[in-house]
Structures are given as C-alpha cells and as structure tokens.
Design a protein around this ligand. Structure first.
Ligand SMILES: [Mn+2]
Length: 358
C-alpha cells in the first residue's frame, strides 16, 4: 500500500496524544488476528502506552506461546484515547467488544470487502496478512520491532498464507518474513506451533476418517462417528481439520466430511477447488459459507444424510471438470478464493482450537 506520509503522521500524532490505547481483533480469531493484535499492542507498550488487548473469543490454544497472549481480555474496560481495530472487514467482526465506544480511530485490514469504518483506514487487499501492513507502518509510527513483535507478526504471515502457499503470495511477504527472522523470530517453531501442530487424538481421528475414504468421479468423502471420537480419545465433535487435507488429493474437485453429532444430527463440511461453488448446496441444506468452503448441519442418520448429500453434490461436478473450472475461476480472483477459504476455516475451526484439539 504505500501509506501516504501525511496520514501516517496524523495517526502517529493521535497515538502520541493518547495515554490509553485499545486494540481489538475479530471474533473466532485466527493467527493473523492474534498476531496483529499482539504485534501492534506490544509495540505500543514498548513506547510507554497503556494498551488493552481485546479478543472477544480469547486466544486459541495454538497461539498461547506468543508473548502478551496472557494480557488479552474478552471485553474492554474503561475509556481510551485511541482505538485500533485489526484484521476486521467491518465492525460486526469485532463482536460486541466496541458497543458503547466511539467510532474507532484506526482500521488496519487486508480484506477486499473492508467498509472503511474508522477515522483512518489502512486497508490493503494486496497484503497477504494484516500483520504485513502493521510491519510496514511500524517505522513511520516510531514503533520498535522487538523480537516478541516480530514473532507475533510472523505468525500472522505464516497462518494467513497457510505456510506461504496461497496464490496471493508475493516476494515482499517473503522479504518481510526474512526480516522478522533477523530480529529473532524462529520461523520453523512458529510454523509448527501456529499451523501444523496437532494433538495425538486428532491424528488418531484422522486415521479413522482416512480409513473410510471414498471416491466417485471428482468427489471424495468420508465419515466420522461419535464412536470414532471415543476410540481416538478426541473430545471435540469436529473433523480436526481433516477435510482440508482431503481436498489436497490429486484430481479431487470437491471433498466432503460427514461428522456425527450428539442428538441425531450430522455436520457436513464441503471443500472445493477454485472455480467450484459449494456455498449454494450448503445453503440449500440450511447452512452456508464461501464458494471454496461451506458447511451445514442436518437431522437424520449418517447413512441417509450421506446418500442424499453425495447424490446432490455429484451434480455440481462438470462432465469436463478442467474446462468448467477454468471458466468459472476466471470470474473470481484467486485472492478472493483464498480469502474465503481462510475465512471459512476461521469460522469453522476456532471452537476446537479453543479446547486444544487443533
Ligand atoms: Mn487476515
């Protein structure tokens, strides 16, 4: 983005004038929300500001190694001279955190759909993460890049790009990662803790699901029962992210996982390759989501729900898959698709991370 110098100067003055600063991240936070919250918050504390860090849904277990995570509160307390919102496309994403507070002073975000809701809006949808934008403005705001700040920001970069492999990756994001490593951020360790680490029960659950994997044309699917949860020692009733690996199967156009819930309900999660839209079929079954990642919850037996959904989903598959994918994909930018996928993951999987199963 190149942020224009006069705007940055005004933001700097606003921050200088404030003694108490509030930084708020979005509900169901992901690594970029937490990394941006801690990165900006710790940098402001380093110049003597009294900073409150707020995340309505707390800090997921896989980011609790980051410095400052224990300072994060679920609701703000008191009044503030300056309010910053990070990684939120609109005020709704902050939950109820800012109810009763004046318009935020600063909105830092990289979502295409950002509503520019603050007095100052630093929105750059070419940035791979909000953390990237924050790293870019630290020098202009006179804020130091310490090792804990670098670790928080690198976590945002790693997680929002799913390990530097989303199609919106650009050279400057890798240069920034290198710079953050030079300040002492341990890339392999942050990558492991924030992105790939899984519990033993989660992997046992994957095994149960993978052993039942089925395929018809470009559709792959599997099921997880309550008995599978029990046998694996898995305390959640989700898929431990398994469906995200199923869509990596070569030639898979759509992946579905059926997860038995207590009380006779079946949770269904779809993932699709770019160019295929599974949100409409999810909507049709009372759910919703994004073209590349959607979900629904249905009443019925695992067998019945599976037959019905597999049958309907197969109709989405083009007879010449490659051709249709190309046509549909051209209407949507790869950035949008990645954004939706990452966003849907935040929404679907945060709960499990909260209880440490991620
Ligand atoms: Mn983000």
């Amino acid at each position: 983005m190149p942020v224009d110098a006069p705007t940055l100067q005004k933001i700097k003055q606003g921050l200088q004038a404030a003694q108490r600063v509030l930084v708020v991240a979005h509900i169901r936070p992901d690594g970029d929300a937490i990394g941006s919250l801690l990165g900006l918050g710790l940098a402001l504390q380093a110049i003597g500001k009294e900073v409150q860090l707020v995340s309505e849904d707390g800090v997921p277990a896989n980011f609790r190694h980051l410095e400052g995570n224990d300072q994060v509160k679920r609701v703000p307390q008191g009044q503030f001279g300056f309010i910053c919102v990070v990684d939120c496309s609109d005020m709704g994403r902050t939950g109820k955190a800012l109810e009763g507070y004046p318009q935020p002073d600063l909105n830092i975000d990289h979502h295409l759909t950002n509503l520019n809701f603050a007095r100052f809006n630093l929105v750059d949808y070419h940035a791979v993460a909000t953390a990237e934008i924050i790293a870019g403005i630290l020098p202009g705001l006179g804020l130091p890049l310490s090792q804990p700040v670098a670790e928080a920001l690198l976590t945002g970069l790693i997680t929002d790009t799913i390990g530097f492999r989303t199609s919106n990756m650009r050279p400057q994001a890798l240069r920034l990662a290198a710079e953050l490593m030079e300040v002492g951020a341990d890339l392999p360790e942050l990558y492991r803790q924030g992105l790939v680490s899984r519990s033993f029960p989660a992997l046992r659950l994957w095994g149960a699901g993978l052993s039942k994997l089925e395929r018809r044309d470009g559709l792959v699917w599997t099921t997880l029962t309550l008995t599978d949860d029990l046998t694996a020692g898995y305390t959640g009733h989700d898929d431990a992210d398994l469906v995200n690996s199923m869509i990596l199967i070569e030639d898979a156009e759509i992946a579905i996982i059926f997860i038995e819930q207590p009380g006779g309900r079946i949770k269904v999660s779809w993932r699709a390759q770019p160019g295929i839209d599974v949100s409409q079929i999810a909507l049709q079954f009372g759910g919703g989501g994004h073209p590349a990642a959607s979900g629904a919850e249905l009443r019925g037996s695992l067998q019945d729900v599976q037959e019905q959904i597999v049958g309907q989903t197969l109709l989405l598959l083009p007879t010449d898959g490659r051709k249709l994918r190309g046509e549909a994909a051209s209407k949507l930018s790869a950035n949008d698709l990645n954004g939706w996928l990452v966003d849907a993951q935040h929404h679907e999987f945060q709960g499990k991370r909260e209880n440490g199963q991620g």
